[in-house]
Design a protein around this ligand. Structure first.
Ligand SMILES: [Zn+2]
Length: 93
């Protein structure tokens, strides 16, 4: 039982504010698709000009018959504030 207790206590609850929500519009069919980035889990740590940044790449697909893939790339600074975003296949809304 001691082992289980340790396992649980080592996983602190993540605040819901660690979720970054955004929406994109498909270039092909115009559908709006919502995306979520988990700032605690989805970001990969990188260095750019000696400063620490966080990078994430996500591919979104609509729920309709359209099979367009919308690729989103975002960069965050060390404080997890969005500093740069790019999209292909759609637009940010
Ligand atoms: Zn579409």
């Amino acid at each position: 039982m001691g082992f289980l207790k340790k396992l649980f206590s080592s996983a602190p609850a993540r605040p819901s504010s660690s979720l970054y929500n955004f929406a994109v519009k498909c270039d092909r069919c115009g559908e709006t698709i919502e995306g979520h980035i988990n700032l605690a889990n989805d970001l990969s740590n990188e260095f750019e000009d000696d400063r620490e940044i966080f990078f994430v790449r996500k591919v979104l697909m609509g729920s309709s018959r359209c099979f367009q893939q919308i690729e989103v790339q975002m960069k965050f600074d060390a404080n997890k504030q969005l500093i740069e975003k790019e999209i292909s296949g759609g637009k940010f809304v």
